[in-house]
Ligand binder design. Structure first.
Ligand SMILES: COc1cccc(CC(=N)NC(=O)c2cccnc2OC2CCNCC2)c1
Length: 389
């Protein structure tokens, strides 16, 4: 498929894949800041740039409503991501964030928010090199303005604003194939409320399966089984940071979290992120960690249900408790909190528990990309240690 825009960008081009003459690493060198375009790119006449101040309840609500009505849907257009306002505030107001990277497009006459794109700063390791990057997310153009070629100019504008902060690499994901994925992950679902999932068409009753047999198949205990399993607290930040840094340094691409990052991204934040750890009852050592984030989906066109409550596997570390046992406890917690389904990608060591814990494969893939950084050979998902929201 022609990628008119992406063929003009410093990303791995299909024709270059596997060309050993091209060095791994940055594709284009940094530009002197004085040479970075100082003024914003031009939008079509009827539209204007706006910076979305996510501290403002009103603006946060505008972004929430735009995404709620126009953001990513599944392949069969039965579900649409429904990020909450609290989640968006958490995802965008990160340690060291730049408000100028929360970019909106308004219609000049109505002042209505019709498009959005965001970036947050992150320190990411790629094959042992730690780099400041922008994590780009929430690119959304109102359904009525599609194929006006707004996305390319929004991507160029956020790239320009990232360059102004002297950052030259970025990471992003997409459900479609663009030039060129660094890895392509399969997503998996673990039913927690199979009756609702079948009612809304998320799952189908298995062949030769009755509903009661299906409910029984996915039943979970009411309480966790690992001794010392408990909710993470502020006092655990140093220990969890040590555990996580040791674990993530085995992956080719992974975040370089410090205690400040761990406190923001992994401390429990109700209805946004839940995290648990295992503290050895004997030694009081923190030996394992697991977490998930909350991203509900709107159910499009169902009489009885309007929201699907979905938990997404985030960062999990097992050093003493077998990973499958640890993740079964996290499924028990998600069921206790009334989630309908628990999603996971086959990244890190996740494939070790997916089948054992009765996850089923999803019907799509999530592709990961780096901007202005060439990697010769695509990674296996198990070599990727980065989970984007
Ligand atoms: C169930 O409701 C959905 C609503 C919209 C899209 C999809 C399918 C889909 N595209 N799923 C994923 O991308 C996905 C599946 C498993 C884990 N993480 C995922 O995406 C995350 C990470 C990327 N940004 C969106 C959330 C499902």
């Amino acid at each position: 498929k022609k990628h008119k825009f992406w063929e003009t960008q410093p990303v791995g081009q299909y024709k270059d894949v596997g060309d050993p003459s091209l060095p791994e690493g940055p594709i284009k060198p940094p530009t002197p800041l004085s040479k970075v375009k100082q003024e914003p790119y031009n939008l079509p006449n009827a539209y204007e740039w706006t910076t979305c101040d996510m501290d403002s309840e009103e603006t946060c609500d505008e972004v929430y409503v735009l995404l709620k009505n126009n953001y990513v849907e599944d392949d069969e257009n039965m579900f649409r991501f429904n990020y909450s306002k609290k989640f968006l505030s958490w995802a965008l107001r990160v340690p060291g964030y730049y408000r100028s990277w929360h970019i909106g497009v308004r219609a000049k006459t109505s002042k209505k928010l019709v498009a959005f794109i965001s970036g947050v700063p992150a320190r990411i390791t790629v094959s042992k090199d730690v780099m400041k990057m922008a994590e780009i997310n929430f690119l959304c153009v109102h359904k009525k303005l599609r194929s006006k070629r707004l996305a390319p100019v929004m991507i160029k504008e956020i790239t320009r604003r990232v360059h102004l902060e002297n950052i030259w690499q970025a990471a992003y994901t997409a459900g479609i194939v663009l030039p060129t994925p660094i890895t392509s992950c399969q997503y998996w679902h673990r039913s927690l409320n199979p009756k609702k999932l079948i009612d809304v068409g998320f799952s189908r009753l298995g062949a030769r399966m009755t509903m009661s047999r299906t409910i029984k198949l996915y039943k979970l205990p009411n309480s966790t089984v690992t001794p010392g399993f408990r909710k993470m607290e502020l006092r655990d930040v140093p220990a969890v940071t040590r555990l996580l840094r040791n674990y993530l340094n085995q992956f080719v691409v992974a975040p370089d979290f410090d205690e400040n990052d761990v406190e923001h991204w992994l401390l429990p934040n109700e209805n946004v992120v839940d995290s648990f750890l295992v503290e050895s009852p004997k030694t009081h050592e923190v030996t394992d960690f697991c977490s998930f984030y909350t991203l509900p989906s709107s159910i499009l066109g169902n009489q009885n249900h309007s929201i699907l409550k979905v938990a997404y596997s985030y960062y999990n570390v097992s050093t003493k408790t077998p990973l499958a046992r640890l993740m079964n406890d996290v499924l028990i917690m998600a069921k206790q909190k009334d989630f309908d389904v628990f999603n996971a990608l086959d990244v890190m060591h996740n494939e070790n528990f997916l089948k054992e814990l009765k996850f089923g494969p999803g019907d799509g893939q999530l592709h990961y990309y780096l901007y202005n950084y060439r990697i010769h050979n695509a990674l296996k998902p198990s070599e990727l240690g980065l989970v984007l929201l």
